[in-house]
Design a protein around this ligand. Structure first.
Ligand code: NAD
Length: 505
């Protein structure tokens, strides 16, 4: 496949000035360690950059701290205007963003064009509006002797760390609520996929958001990431990534008493009751399992199907899986791109290889002959509930299907992993649907669908999937701190409550 033929720009030229964005300028990282950006569809290195070192993190935090008073002091209307322009710049560059995201991640251009990029533009427009709509309790004389009101203030300099699966959307989910609320931010994208985060920060500056408000340090997790989370001038860390790294981030953030927001791994159940629309469930499972080559923290990974529908469901998924077109992300006919890297492909293959000893691999389970990091859609049956393939996050195009008998059993199995990010229930019975939405322990439960997200509604986990919300007004609130202001209205020196200290004197 010819990447350049599809390219709207040459990546080496575009980022000739470096892959760090500090104080409104692209610059070269100072770690002294180069890192490649590899197109996973071909294995070709399309760009090489010097990772950020601790000094770059310090410079980015200093830029963010310097920009903070001006940005926090802007009116909500001024911030909103700039963010509306930001949405306009992003929309105008949609083709560039879609290209770069597809190139570095291997996502089909159809996905980046119809999902990642428009979703990000919509998110930006949403937070531009939300910037003018911070909420609090009504001011009032709650004590009788005082007027109380609430101020919502920015937290300060925010640090964010994001994964490689949706680099642009993850950058947006972190940056937008933070800056809408008047914070400034230093974002560390995943090493494999820095390009669209850098472009996102550049677009913010181009829209008139002051230099230093949005900074990007593209560095290694252990070095730049830990330095950023532990930085004494950073007030809050929001992290999206694996549960294992989230634990480490939490340790560091706790040690420096930072506000913390963790969006971690998932293992979403997909529960099909015996009255479900089978065609809808089968199509929903295939789309929900394969979107972004399964590298989606909310992807359908464990389908529990009530016994009367089980065989037909497995046959339907197997049939659709075998028709999926795996290949060049820039080909309009491609349904499934590669995994993000060969290492990730090998990790997925490892899970499936081990599963062969205790379960049945019905389709896939292999990689097509290609220099790219491809892996075929893989359907696994016959696995025990406590097996690795059912319990662990595989993060690849792999769906496990298990049967259940009673509704009680189906819901218990759905809740039987440490995670709790997302889930779906498939039924035509409103009472069954209601019960599933109440009893499944997850931050999102879909009914008769799986995957859709919208800017107005929160995304975030329960249990080992973390805490804190992305998107929506809930997320905006997390990037603010609430201050209670209380005015005495009596103007008397000896206030009635002083009796608790002075008694009758
Ligand atoms: P990862 O945890 O390996 O890395 C995520 C980020 O953390 C990267 O930027 C990485 O450089 C950084 N990092 C690594 N070690 C670090 C350390 N010691 N200190 C600070 N930062 C460090 O995750 P990944 O492999 O990039 O992404 C896949 C994971 O992300 C999956 O577990 C997936 O479920 C999760 N994810 C969750 C959500 C959600 O909303 N809950 C969304 C997308 C992805």
């Amino acid at each position: 496949m010819d990447l350049s033929a599809n390219g709207v720009f040459d990546v080496r030229e575009r980022f000739a000035a470096g892959a760090q964005y500090i104080d409104g300028t692209l610059c070269v990282g100072t770690s002294g360690r180069p890192h490649p950006v590899v197109a996973p569809a071909t294995g070709e290195t399309v760009y090489s950059y010097d990772l950020a070192g601790p000094g770059d993190v310090d410079a980015a935090v200093a830029a963010a701290a310097w920009a903070l008073p001006g940005w926090a002091g802007a009116t909500p209307g001024e911030r909103s205007d700039a963010m509306h322009r930001f949405a306009g710049v992003l929309a105008g560059r949609a083709a560039e963003f879609a290209y770069a995201e597809s190139l570095q991640c291997g996502k089909p251009l159809r996905l980046t064009t119809e999902f990642d990029v428009p979703g990000t533009v919509d998110n930006t427009a949403f937070f531009a509006g939300a910037a003018r709509h911070l909420e609090g309790r009504a001011a009032g004389e709650y004590s009788g002797d005082h007027t109380s009101y609430v101020r919502r203030e920015p937290v300060g300099v925010v640090s964010s760390i994001t994964p490689w699966n949706y680099p642009l959307q993850m950058a947006a989910w972190k940056v937008l609520p933070a800056i809408a609320a008047g914070n400034t931010i230093v974002l560390k994208p995943a090493e494999l996929t820095p390009l669209t985060s850098l472009m996102f920060a550049e677009a913010a500056t181009e829209a008139g958001i002051p230099a230093g408000v949005v900074n990007v340090v593209a560095g290694a997790g252990k070095e730049a990431g830990e330095h950023l989370v532990g930085h004494p001038d950073v007030a809050m860390t929001s992290f999206t990534g694996s549960t294992a790294v989230g634990r480490r981030v939490a340790e560091i953030a706790t040690g420096t008493v930072k506000r913390l927001h963790l969006e971690l791994g998932g293992k979403a159940p997909f529960v099909v009751f015996d009255d479900a629309d089978l065609e809808a469930a089968v199509h929903g499972a295939v789309a929900g399992a394969l979107i972004n080559t399964g590298q989606d923290c909310t992807a359908a990974t464990r389908a529990y199907v009530q016994r009367p529908l089980y065989d037909a469901f497995v046959a339907g998924v197997a049939d659709l899986f075998s028709g999926i077109r795996v290949g060049d992300p820039f080909d309009a006919d491609t349904d499934l791109g590669p995994l993000v890297s060969h290492a990730q492909r090998d990790r997925v293959a490892g899970f499936v290889g081990r599963a062969r000893s205790y379960a049945t691999v019905v389709t896939g389970g292999d990689a097509p002959a290609s220099p790219g990091a491809f892996y075929r859609p893989t359907l696994v049956t016959g696995a025990a509930q406590d097996s690795e393939i059912v319990q662990s996050e595989v993060f690849g195009p792999v769906l496990v299907v298990l049967p259940f008998d009673s509704d009680d059993e189906g819901l218990a199995l759905a809740n039987d992993t440490p995670y709790g990010l997302a889930a779906s229930a498939w039924t035509r019975d409103v009472f069954r649907a209601g019960r599933a939405t109440r009893e499944i322990k997850a931050g999102c439960v879909w009914v008769n669908d799986h995957i859709p997200i919208i800017s107005e509604m929160p995304h975030g986990g329960y249990r080992a999937s973390g805490y804190g919300k992305d998107m929506s007004a809930y997320s905006l609130e997390e990037y603010t701190q609430v201050k209670h202001v209380m005015y005495d209205n009596t103007a008397v020196a000896r206030k009635s409550w002083h009796r608790t200290v002075f008694g009758g004197r």
